[in-house]
Write a protein that binds this ligand. Sequence first.
Ligand code: NAD
Ligand code: ZN
Length: 379
Amino acid sequence: MKAVVYNGPKDVSVNTIDDPKIEKPTDVIIRVTTTNICGSDLHMYEGRTSFEKGRVFGHENLGEVIEVGAAVDRIKKGDRVCMPFNVGCGFCENCERGLTGFCLTTNPGTAGAAYGFAEMGPWQGGQAELMRVPYADFNCLKLPEDAKEKEDDYVMLSDIFPTGWHGVELSGFLPGESIAIYGAGPVGLMAAHSAQIRGASQIFVVDSHDDRLKLAEAMGAISIDMRKGDPAQQILDATGGLGTDRGVEAVGYQCCDRHGKERSNYTMNCLVKSTKATGGIGVVGVFIAEDPNAPDDLQKEGKIAFDFGTFWFKGQKIGTGQCNVKHYNRRLMNLIEHGRANPAQIISHRLSLDQAPDAYKHFDERDAGWTKVVLKPGT
Ligand code: NAD
Ligand code: ZN
């Protein structure tokens, strides 16, 4: 089969590799019909991780079940399914509590597993014609009747829609409150979409890219262009000096070059500044460790230093971590099925697998108009 394979920093290619096989009776094999490129893939693409050469990318996957292991009960051949990016077992202490992003079986010794991801278990990604899904009865979300027509909406259930929702949840958000979202990439835009659906009174979205800020405005947000000056100050000025009730970090390690050495802690400091005293901050951006190219020693180890003094003095709260996708998925699927959510609105490109190397380059450069790429293997 064809698959998008990592060769080294900023070097991916579409190679022919062996088809995946049923390895355990609880596996299924999926013919992948839609698979997305994610901002998280860029941590590996840019060479910031221990991702091995030859590994297949892709943790945002949807497709049709073509082969079913002998112990799979619920999932049948022909089902259209979306896979949460977390690979869970369903029976460990954490999965039992709904914390599938921290499964103790699929990546023993470390927190959590994902398809096509460094340091998150051996699972191959789905940017390929076929993929193997372990513990398939648990890891496949069976889609409704309209799965084919709304495939581009449902595929967002694999990661960015629940992750955006999770960012809002981690901030402690309640209906009627105001919220500021840093980063108008796919995750930040999904946080804005979630805040809109959940009844935010005011939504601010910070970025420096016109196309992304326009999408945020189309979702009912007030755009904050950080090229025009300190974004936190702009939010304070727009809220009578008080700031917002809640804030979401949807940027992570990469940050605007303008802030040089300060880059990793920059958004955290902005959040502390633009969030009200006693307000809450949800951090879904990934501050990945082991970056050999980081500008200083702290960042090389994935550590950041932010203004904890002000954070403490303002009595703010913080929530962090991987999204437990499965925890949100059924409810978010219902929102899509009944027309209350349409996450596909952020898609900028629908491409074949062969076009992936070019798509990675454009998305990594954040070239104008390249907001969210979905790949369609088999086209
Ligand atoms: P992305 O890189 O496309 O988007 C990030 C956006 O932030 C860009 O538009 C960029 O211009 C903007 N930005 C850069 N510096 C900024 C700053 N200082 N202030 C405001 N905006 C700034 O990526 P994405 O796909 O939207 O993902 C965002 C982050 O979320 C990544 O770190 C990704 O790894 C992470 N993520 C986390 C989870 C989770 O489960 N917690 C899941 C998926 C993605
Ligand atoms: Zn993702």
